[in-house]
Design a protein around this ligand. Structure first.
Ligand code: HEC
Ligand code: HEC
Length: 268
């Protein structure tokens, strides 16, 4: 009996994803180098300072702004204007601070209506905020229409990468990013719908120029094989991203393509 190609590629892809997830979880400190590590724990910080640091993280290292806007719709994620006030109404019995902490560490615990469950845990790679950074971001979110009440103790001790911990070299998939770029431009047809840095300009699908900064490899891998299972990115039509890539790409082409997507981190 011949095993259909679909099944082979699917199983291979699942094996790659499994191995990746295993490594990513067994080495939680994997993350990119942090040029300006912020440690607030030892200092006496005023709420104003905390909020300011949180805002910088929101726009910078946190990459929140790639998906969320404040006072503006049309991005991949909910408008966060007024979230400090709304946070107390989301889940009965859950305080605003606790809800905001939960939305960063377990984004899937409450999924905002009309959006897919695709926000990554922000204390894990690729975003990888540490505990004090999470504290500052929560304070900033509280300042948007609520009261700044968060204390460091509100952030679980197990969250984040400890400040000052040496960054570990990034894990690489065994694919060839250059060959993957050729698949993106050619056989995969991705460039017809997606922009990726200097490549392409189509607005049909989301801009992928920073996809490796905001999303996990697991999400990227799964989205290519089964787009519908990952939900539909807000602001884009469902059913347009082709569901057949697991059948048309060979296993090597798939891994090369994912390796290429993992190089897309914005910048020049
Ligand atoms: C890849 C895109 C993406 C990134 C990056 C991202 N988010 Fe989200 N976020 C979402 C989506 C989509 C939702 C809605 C689905 C849900 O509730 O999980 C969401 C929901 C939220 C909510 C709940 C909002 C509400 O109205 O209840 C908060 C708070 C939030 N995000 C904060 C952040 C912060 C802070 C960062 C950066 C540290 C961040 N997000 C990074 C996509 C993202
Ligand atoms: C016919 C147009 C089309 C083609 C071709 C296409 N996509 Fe998409 N893609 C979309 C649309 C539309 C979305 C957003 C809706 C959704 O989530 O399904 C999307 C979403 C995505 C996302 C999720 C982006 C995010 O911000 O979360 C990734 C990753 C992606 N596509 C990768 C690819 C890759 C890789 C290829 C080529 C192998 C490809 N796409 C081919 C239309 C397309």
């Amino acid at each position: 009996m011949r095993v259909p190609v679909v099944v082979k590629v699917g199983l291979f892809a699942l094996a790659v994803m499994g191995i990746y997830t295993y490594y990513a979880n067994s080495i939680p400190q994997i993350q990119s180098a942090l040029p300006e590590e912020i440690s607030l724990e030892a200092e006496t910080v005023t709420p104003e300072q905390l909020v300011r640091v949180g805002e910088e993280l929101f726009k910078g290292k946190g990459t929140c702004e790639v998906c969320h806007r404040i006072g503006q719709v049309g991005a991949r994620a909910p408008d966060l204007a007024g979230i400090g006030g709304r946070a107390g109404t989301r889940r009965p019995g859950v305080s605003p601070t606790a809800y905001l902490v939960e939305s960063l560490l377990q984004p899937g615990a409450y999924v905002v209506e009309g959006f897919p469950n695709i926000m990554p845990r922000v204390d894990r790679p690729p975003i990888g905020l540490n505990r004090s950074e999470l504290w500052a971001v929560v304070a900033f979110l509280e300042s948007l229409g609520g009261e700044v009440r968060a204390r460091l103790d509100d952030i679980p001790k197990t969250a984040g990468v400890p400040a000052g911990e040496a960054p570990v070299a990034e894990l690489k998939l065994p694919g060839d990013p250059e060959a993957g770029k050729a698949i993106f431009m050619g056989k995969g047809g991705c460039v017809a719908c997606h922009k990726a840095g200097p490549l392409g300009a189509s607005p049909v699908g989301p801009d992928l120029s920073e996809i490796a900064k905001i999303q996990t490899p697991e999400y990227i891998m799964a989205k290519i094989l089964n787009p519908a299972a990952m939900g539909t990115v807000a602001g884009y039509p469902a059913g347009v991203m082709p569901p057949t890539l697991g059948q048309t790409l060979t296993a090597k082409e798939y891994v090369d393509l994912v390796s290429f997507l993992l190089t897309l981190k914005g910048g020049a």
